[in-house]
Design a protein around this ligand. Structure first.
Ligand code: ATP
Length: 467
């Protein structure tokens, strides 16, 4: 089957409770989305997989959870206050607003389709810089009355890691190389948000800063690019829908010397193959830029202190070589929301039932599936069957996320679970009362096994691990 469009996933998400439009009962809020009961489970499973893989299953990475609102000086010295901008242009004819760097030509992109001006009459303003950070104030004052009250919502989680570098180093007694990982919300007042949860103004990031000696940075950078490409494949995303992109010098952020993006085929319906792919994560070599910028002792090329406001020096002393230096930092930064979207698009499939009806099957890797097992009674008017099914559900839910459902006939119940990616359905029938066995149905093959209830937990544990 050809890949589904984002629109197909939007419909499934709304219908089944993965994602809802935010503030919907008040007409919504542009490009803002809430995770529903299934979406929050899927997102949590992705975040847990990332955290387990980096923080628990390796021995060189620590976790952290820092504030969304930090001292404004963090963003002054990180460079975001001055340079975290998108160049904006307006079309004087259709009043459309666009990102200048995303235009292929210096023409209104609506020209050929909807812009009423058409052709030469469609003229754009000069590009002007628009800072993407959201502003707010701390305390009962406005920024106009007291400019020192101005603060920003963080546009990346990374800075919370850099400013805590010394705290983590001192408390964990780490030696280079080591990393610090963080998952959390970031905010960008995007000029052109859209495409469902692909680009929103509030989103969640999974970021890790891996600190190393400058001479090792290029090699370690490449290792993380390879490792993350494999990680996405291990999440069940097919190789043909993933691609690497080496950022060109004019694409690089102000702090990076090299950045490689992992792209996913988010837009399979676009005729141009290149345009089908867009960024899922970026893996940057940020050099020693950030640690230096936040350090009280660091100086620029003229010998002037870079940061007279900082009270700490974030350099590192190597006890073996007796060398003091600012570590380089490799940053793999992924979006939770874009990973949710990529995983759902990749898992989406359709199959014809025996009755010739189209069935949707979300072939999620079992560890990501919002629900692992659904227990279904074949006859809900038979109290013995219902109570046996409920007892099985109660038992299984200690080990797996399990639900009980008796609100429709068995065919419909199976279809509902297939559509949300539940790997196994357990059906209790009349025979179960006699032989203490149940039917276990596989989401992907629709094959059924008869399993004794005493073996059920063991059987499911094994099968879930394989899926
Ligand atoms: P883009 O070029 O798409 O604007 P970016 O290069 O600015 O993204 P980074 O700063 O590298 O993004 O952020 C790391 C990751 O955070 C991205 O790869 C993406 O998955 C996620 N991300 C960034 N901006 C958004 C957004 N507005 N909405 C959803 N996810 C985002």
């Amino acid at each position: 089957m050809s890949a589904p469009s984002i629109e197909t996933i939007v419909n499934l998400s709304k219908r089944r409770g993965f994602v809802f439009p935010a503030s919907e009962i008040y007409g919504g809020l542009s490009s803002a989305w809430d995770f529903g009961p299934l979406g929050v489970e899927l997102a949590n499973n992705i975040k847990n997989a990332w955290w387990r893989w980096l923080v628990h299953e390796r021995d060189d990475i620590e976790g952290i959870d820092t504030c969304i609102i930090q001292n404004r000086l963090v963003w002054k010295y990180s460079g975001h206050e001055a340079t975290f901008n998108d160049p904006l242009v307006d079309c004087r004819t259709c009043k459309g607003r666009f990102r200048y760097d995303k235009l292929h030509e210096y023409h209104c992109p609506r020209e050929s389709s909807t812009c009423v001006g058409k052709g030469k009459e469609c003229d754009l303003t000069e590009p002007r810089q628009f800072n993407l950070m959201f502003k707010t104030t701390v305390g009962a004052v406005s920024a106009e009355d007291d400019p020192s009250a101005l603060v920003y919502l963080r546009p990346e989680t990374a800075q919370g890691i850099f400013i805590n570098f010394k705290n983590v180093l001192d408390t964990t007694r780490r030696k280079l190389p080591f990393g610090i990982a963080q998952i959390g919300k970031s905010f960008r007042n995007e000029v052109t948000p859209g495409n469902f949860i692909f680009r929103t103004r509030e989103f969640e990031q999974m970021e890790m800063e891996y600190f190393c000696h400058p001479k090792d940075a290029a090699k370690i950078h490449q290792e993380w690019i390879d490792a993350f490409l494999q990680w996405f494949k291990d999440l069940g995303i097919s190789e043909k829908n993933l691609k690497l992109h080496e950022q060109t010098p004019d694409e690089l952020a102000h702090y990076a010397v090299r950045c490689v993006d992992i792209l996913y085929r988010f837009f399979p319906e676009r005729p141009d193959e290149k345009a089908q792919f867009d960024e899922l994560m970026g893996i940057a070599n940020r050099t020693d830029y950030d640690l230096r910028q936040h350090s009280k002792k660091a100086v620029d090329e003229h010998g002037n202190r870079i940061n007279p406001d900082s009270t700490e020096d974030l350099s590192y002393f190597d006890p073996v070589t007796q060398e003091r230096f600012y570590p380089y930092c490799i940053e793999p930064a992924a979006g939770v929301n874009r990973t949710v979207l990529a995983v759902m698009m990749d898992a989406y499939s359709e199959k014809m039932s025996e009755r010739g009806e189209k069935r949707v099957i979300l072939k999620l890797k079992a560890s990501l599936a919002p629900i692992k097992v659904a227990v279904l009674p074949l006859a809900k008017n038979k109290p013995e069957i219902v109570s046996m099914a409920k007892a099985i559900k109660k038992d299984l839910m200690k080990d797996f996320r399990t639900v009980y459902d008796d609100t429709a006939g068995i065919g419909k119940l199976y279809a509902r679970q297939d559509e949300i990616g539940t790997p196994f359905c357990v059906t209790v029938d009349h025979q179960s009362l006699e032989d203490n066995a149940v039917t276990v149905r596989d989401r992907d093959t629709w094959e059924q096994d008869r399993i004794n209830v005493s073996q059920l937990g063991e059987y499911l544990r094994k099968r879930l691990k394989e899926k």
